[in-house]
Design a protein around this ligand. Structure first.
Ligand SMILES: [Zn+2]
Length: 395
């Protein structure tokens, strides 16, 4: 879209999703040319983002054993597979009841590194999240459809009668309710001394993921609600969690010494790893995050190397359900610079600066970065800005 000066820039919205399929992903297939156009657009504007139909059909299987392919609801939250009373897949109109996020780093630090204590504390904290989720759910129970006619009566979410309560939509899988998690990397690092990409630490990381899935399953069976594990976007909360950890446990090198914690199951942003290894590694965790998750790779300016972008897209198709490429296309309104605007430190504060003219006025800079699943253009808090500054390239 055009900015105030009529220059083409990367907008935050709309978010676009492109589904990679058998008929568009390999040379010679009928819609390959569309995928090439998508790759060109991604190289310049970060969107579209990519869903692999192949992986999704494997992972999103309904009660009849049929795989479904559908988009996320927002930046990354995925509904559970569902068929209506006529046996038809239904996604539009369904919704999520809310999220409560567990800070996995706090669980680890509270255990002091003792594994037995870790699992006990983890259990307690998960039950605390469960109570939080039940509170969200109970807030909705008994709501009459008249509270929001567009949503509940006119079809945005449902076509209920006047005066009818929304309760039936809260059970049986029509809507989901999400257990979020954050900081798997720091949690594993503290407990094992290693990154979860290390083969010695990965099994523990997967156990932590499995435990959360098991709890969701247990709660779902008991309450007939679709509890689902969700890699929380943590857009600003990353800073809040990091600050709380520092307050409770002090500065622990490699664990609490940043103003952010790592999103969901992601590889730490500073860890050197190539795009393909990262996507392959994270795909194992993505499949344990059915309520939603997104993986991305950081890439330099790829506009002159679309073949490499195509290789990444083909790799996504074969290996991971949902992924994005992050590039940089900023613009300085003072001097017309259209490369990457830098983050510099000024008196302990991180500020954005045009590398060509030194402009630091945020009102005269167009900066677009993937905050999480969405692109952000409104600038960020200090924690998230530090995380963005620390990101290494994967290609
Ligand atoms: Zn400038």
């Amino acid at each position: 879209m055009k900015n105030e000066q009529g220059v083409w820039i990367t907008p935050a919205f709309p978010k676009l999703i492109y589904v990679l399929e058998e008929d568009n992903v390999r040379p010679g297939t009928p819609y390959y040319y569309l995928t090439e156009l998508a790759a060109k657009c991604t190289a310049k504007r970060m969107v579209p983002d990519y869903i692999s139909e192949k992986k999704m059909l494997e992972l999103k299987v309904d009660k009849n054993g049929e795989g479904h392919c559908y988009t996320c609801m927002g930046c990354r939250s995925f509904l559970t597979p569902y068929v209506d009373e006529n046996g038809k897949p239904k996604y539009y109109g369904r919704f999520n009841q809310g999220v409560v996020t567990i800070n996995l780093v706090d669980v680890a630090l509270s255990s002091g590194g003792d594994f037995e204590k870790f699992w006990d504390i983890f259990e307690d904290r998960l039950e605390l999240c469960h109570r939080g989720l039940q509170a969200r759910h109970n807030r909705l129970v008994g709501t009459p459809s008249d509270a929001a006619p567009i949503l509940w009566q006119y079809g945005a979410l449902a076509r209920l009668k006047k005066g009818e309560k929304i309760d039936k939509l809260l059970y049986g899988g029509y809507s989901t309710i999400s257990l979020g998690y954050a900081g798997l990397y720091e949690c594993v690092k503290y407990m094992t001394g290693k990154s979860h990409t290390d083969p010695a630490a990965k099994p523990f990381a997967l156990q932590v993921m499995q435990k959360m899935n098991d709890k969701c399953k247990e709660w779902k069976a008991a309450e007939n609600m679709d509890y689902s594990l969700y890699g929380t976007p943590l857009e600003s909360t990353t800073y809040k969690f990091a600050k709380s950890l520092q307050k409770r446990f002090g500065l622990i090198p490699g664990i609490t010494d940043k103003n952010y914690i790592t999103n969901s199951y992601h590889v730490h942003v500073t860890e050197q790893i190539d795009a393909f290894t990262k996507l392959k590694f994270e795909s194992e965790f993505q499949q344990l995050s059915p309520g939603g998750a997104i993986s991305y790779v950081e890439v330099p300016n790829m506009q002159d190397n679309l073949e490499a972008v195509m290789s990444v897209l083909q790799f996504i198709y074969d290996n991971i359900m949902y992924a994005e490429l992050n590039t940089k296309s900023d613009y300085c309104q003072c001097c017309g610079y259209d490369g990457e605007v830098q983050i510099v430190e000024d008196d302990g504060k991180l500020v954005w600066q045009c590398p060509k003219c030194g402009n630091r006025d945020q009102n005269k800079l167009n900066v677009a970065r993937r905050t999480c699943g969405y692109i952000g253009t409104q600038f960020w808090n200090q924690g998230r800005t530090q995380e963005i500054k620390d990101r290494v390239l994967h290609l």
